[in-house]
Design a protein around this ligand. Structure first.
Ligand code: GLP
Length: 241
């Protein structure tokens, strides 16, 4: 893993946006793996800002999102569909038919997950954006997830439900499950751009980099990947030597 430590969240977002847009410059029809949560918001904002200044074309790009809650409607403002449209897709010229996000309402989950996995195999991800949960999860691969896991329906841990409840007005209506790319799916990306900000992530980041590869910290599986760029702000890096 290559690790870059920057001063703060603003710098992290700036650096990440440069790498994101550089990928687009290298390959006009890049396939991006996208992540949600608060961490990549600054990256997406910066990408939109630079796109609006001109010179970038997303019309040949394909995107695959890591995960989506289940059950949730794509109209729900807490869905990752809504989030992605709001922060990125509504502001750039990406072709809607090239956007792939797990379906939070699909009836036949197994068939859907097989299809999603095949679409990713047929369109290998050039650059996967990743964040991390406080318990070391990537996507919604919670501790205990198999390193060979593929796209599937998972139960969320009580800790993740509690942490993510900050976004939901109605705390009784927080989804207990999600569809997520598996760890193996994520590791198939050609390049991974991993982002973490804030002291709450410091322990998970430490375990990811220095811990044994273990089901207890799903992000530790990234040690197996040859091209992971880790960008941390100082607080997320505070436990690193
Ligand atoms: C969710 C997402 C993850 C994300 C994590 C951290 O659980 N499924 O992909 O990395 O939250 O989110 P945040 O950046 O808000 O801390």
């Amino acid at each position: 893993m290559e690790i870059i430590i920057v001063e703060n969240y603003k710098e992290l977002s700036q650096k990440a946006a440069e790498i994101f847009l550089n990928q687009l410059n290298i390959k006009l029809n890049s396939v991006f793996g996208l992540s949600t949560g608060s961490t990549p918001v600054g990256l997406y904002n910066k990408v939109v800002e630079l796109y609006k200044k001109g010179g970038y074309d997303f019309s040949f790009v394909k995107t695959f999102n890591l995960d989506e809650y289940y059950l949730i409607s794509s109209e729900n403002k807490n869905s990752y569909h809504f989030f992605m449209n709001d922060v990125l897709f509504n502001h750039i010229n990406v072709d809607k038919k090239n956007i792939f996000i797990p379906d939070g309402e699909v009836k036949d989950c197994d068939a859907f997950c097989d299809w999603y996995e095949k679409e990713i195999s047929n369109n290998p991800i050039d650059l996967q954006i990743l964040g991390i949960g406080e318990n070391g999860h990537i996507g919604f691969n919670e501790p205990g997830s198999s390193l060979d896991s593929k796209t599937r329906l998972v139960d969320l841990s009580p800790e993740t439900i509690k942490i993510n409840s900050r976004f939901f007005d109605d705390k009784n209506n927080i989804p207990r499950q999600a569809i997520t790319m598996g760890i193996d799916t994520i590791l198939k990306a050609k390049n991974i751009l991993f982002l973490a900000s804030g002291a709450k992530k410091a322990k998970a980041v430490y375990d990811m980099i220095y811990g044994n590869i273990s089901l207890d910290c799903p992000a530790s599986a990234l040690q197996r990947h040859k091209k992971v760029l880790v960008i941390l702000d100082k607080d997320a890096a505070e436990l690193l030597k």
